[in-house]
Design a protein around this ligand. Sequence first.
Ligand code: PEP
Ligand code: MG
Length: 925
Amino acid sequence: MAASIDKWVYRFGNGSADGCAKDKAFLGGKGANLAEMAKLGLPVPPGFTVRAEASELKGKLTDAMRKEIEEAIAHVEKGMGRKFGATSKEASALLLSVRSGAAISMPGMMDTVLNLGLNDALVDQIISDAEGDEGTARWVLDNYRRLLQMFGDVVRNVDMALFEAELSRVKEVAGVHSDVELKSEHLREVVEAYKGIYGRETGSPFPQDPWEQLYEAVAAVFASWNNSRAVRYRQINEITGLLGTAVNVMAMVYGNRDDDSGTGVLFTRNPSTGEDMLFGEYLFNAQGEDVVSGSRSPRPIAELEARSPELYAELLATVKRLEKHFLDVQDCEFTIESGRLFMLQTRNGKRTGPAAVRIATDMVREGLVTKEDAVARLVTPQHLDQALHARLKDPAASEASLIASGTAASPGAASGRAAFTAGEAEAMTEKGMAVLLVREETSPEDIGGMHAAKGVLTARGGMTSHAAVVARSWGKPCVAGAGSLRVDASAGTAVVHGTSTVLRRGDWITIDGSTGKVYLGQQPMAAPEAGSGELGEFLSWVHAIRRMKVKANADTPEDAARAVAFGAQGVGLVRTEHMFFAPDRITPMRRMILASDDAQRRAALDDLEPLQAADFEGIFRAVNGAGPVTVRLLDPPLHEFLPQTREQQATLARSMGISAEEIRGTVESMREANPMTGHRGCRLGITRPAITKMQARAIFSAAKRAAADGVPVEADVMVPLVGIRSELDNQARLIDGEALAVFGPAAADAAAASSGAAAGGDSEPATDKDIHAAAKAAAKAHGVVYRVGTMIEVPRACLAAGSLAETAEFFSVGSNDLTQLCFGYSRDDAGPFIGEYIAKGILPSDPFVHVDEDGVAALIEMACKRGKAVRPDIPVGVCGEHGGDPFSVHVFDRLGLDSVSCSPFRVPVASLAAAQATLLAAKRG
Ligand code: PEP
Ligand code: MG
């Protein structure tokens, strides 16, 4: 790529620039915005940017590049009226800074060298020209020692600590605390010591030729693109596809020139709260890195206002102009040299979630941006997540207590005392303690404890594990698959593998489900902003913009109501199995599974039906016409409902009047080697039709009751794990039969009669289609709309989607199972190797988190196309966990899907991603 470039160097300064803000890809964020600021006529020290593609050359600059650089230096010299490499009194010396800057900011990851061009002769010359002025002598020696240190570190890898130790020693001998108190004689001593360190560590003296310094520094900064810190940062933040870092060479201006000088960083609005006021820090008499490096304590920017009101006013006007120009909060670096302001950098400011929402709504109100623009650019899905959940107050400060990490499975942070069983969690909560449930992995039996706990931490499993799915549905933080934890529930401990840390029952821990981190102790928290007026206003814009519908996965009336309040257009998935784990249901459920004859089974189902119907009715009422309620028939293998411990087995045996051995025998006989591909989904409903019938009756009787009270009801009945049309037909027949029974047996006769009439008066048996139509008509007469549809979650369903659409009135993609079955990765066991796959670059990301575009999304696209070819208006949605993942939402929007469904707390996030996808599609045209 580099070979085809004929212009490497882009100049800026003196009111003009070769590049502009749009050139970020090759000039980097810093270079592009310096060019833009220069074009705006803002006070930017002149300089130039070398294109990022040069990173590819690993610092080996070509002759052509050197020539362009030399010409550009002449331009800088002219702009500053100073000369690079000058040592005479006539021309004052030009010093240069060399800074990195990639297209995406990677704060502090790459390198910077300041004060290039200084050498022994120039330092002596400047001191002698100053004729005994201590300020000048101090200043030039301070610059020189910084150059020696930064050049040594960045270009020659000299250990920074050696320099720091020397500086501390001189300060101690001089009896001063801060650098600024050092006199020129002390700094001279520091310089001499630094030269000694440099010579000893590198085996050669510090280069005295300014050009050699410059070229070596430029090469080293290019090379810093690939230092281990930067590589790791890009991995963690999933930054890919960049050309490298550009290198910015700029005339030095001196914040350490005198007491009328200084340097600072600021945000044009408060990045924590969003408040519209300058927020920043300033160091009087200091240079560049002092503020960011934390070597001295900066002062609030307001002190600059008190000391130099005019300068402050100029600064304020300049940065507000930048905010207006970039239409976003700006994060700026500036230097004041002897009372003169220079802008060194500007970029869009990073902010917290609550601040992002406030800034977006304020900027719309101020007329700076449109609502669409605010939705497209000013708030990210991560910001919304943050605004809706508690978070760590200061993640950097908590880092010292970090003990493990896993998948960021359900956002928000929580602290609590460790409980290692569900029972413990409930008992401790009852005593008024805040609890975090720590498990190897959770099972449906743990839900009581999970519900009691403030959050859930597991050692195994990933984004679609039981713990993750359930925690998300309740909006509780969850870190799943923290693989270094060795949990021993019976001992009440978790050992952090490879360390001496042991977590005991009752110990305080904190989890951050937004980052997947686990900390020891009770870390300070910041509260969520949920319910603030600004958030509601922002979300109303989001909902108005998005094309795709957003529904919620909800299993209770409370969850459904919460989801609707967040803007959900109905419930896209009711996982009915979750209803069976409540204490009043698990026993009849178990009796149903263990029944030895039909009568027993029917009796157990009769007990369950009114309970299910009550749940469904509650959900219909909570949704209240906001959209359809999609109820999935029973999906998990039945053995998941059976008691696993001897104690539970004995209790059940007593209540059923059978022996514990008999129960143990059944549990044993139902054990499956691969339960996820075993006797589950519609396979259950086909082999145990009584379950499907009971559930269908419960749905329809609930719908009828709610509709009778005037509640608008759309009931979508969904068959899970279908791969063959005849599976769906089998279940649809049962469902329609129950609809007819509930909404009026007369309708069944009418259906038979009309189909007979259509066939010429003979008593032809009614077809499935006739019965379905008659049942729907009967339901409609009661104010109920119902549809029968299927999940698309086995690859065969995608291939056979055309034939499934003959029967199905809607498709809902179960992307969790589809990912599992497409890859052949077990949802429950893939965690450990997926982590390694990502680390080795074999997978770009966890396919259970971000939908796999090449494989799984291609299958979904096929299902959608084939289904719509047969039934053009068939709604196609996604109800797997990907439905709440912003990356996947964009993919689904591109595929033209109609809706996504996700846990209630992710509805705002998925909605924002959907709205951003709509705006992006409109922009692409
Ligand atoms: C799915 O497979 O994506 C799905 C929604 O069903 P579950 O996660 O309950 O298997
Ligand atoms: Mg599934």
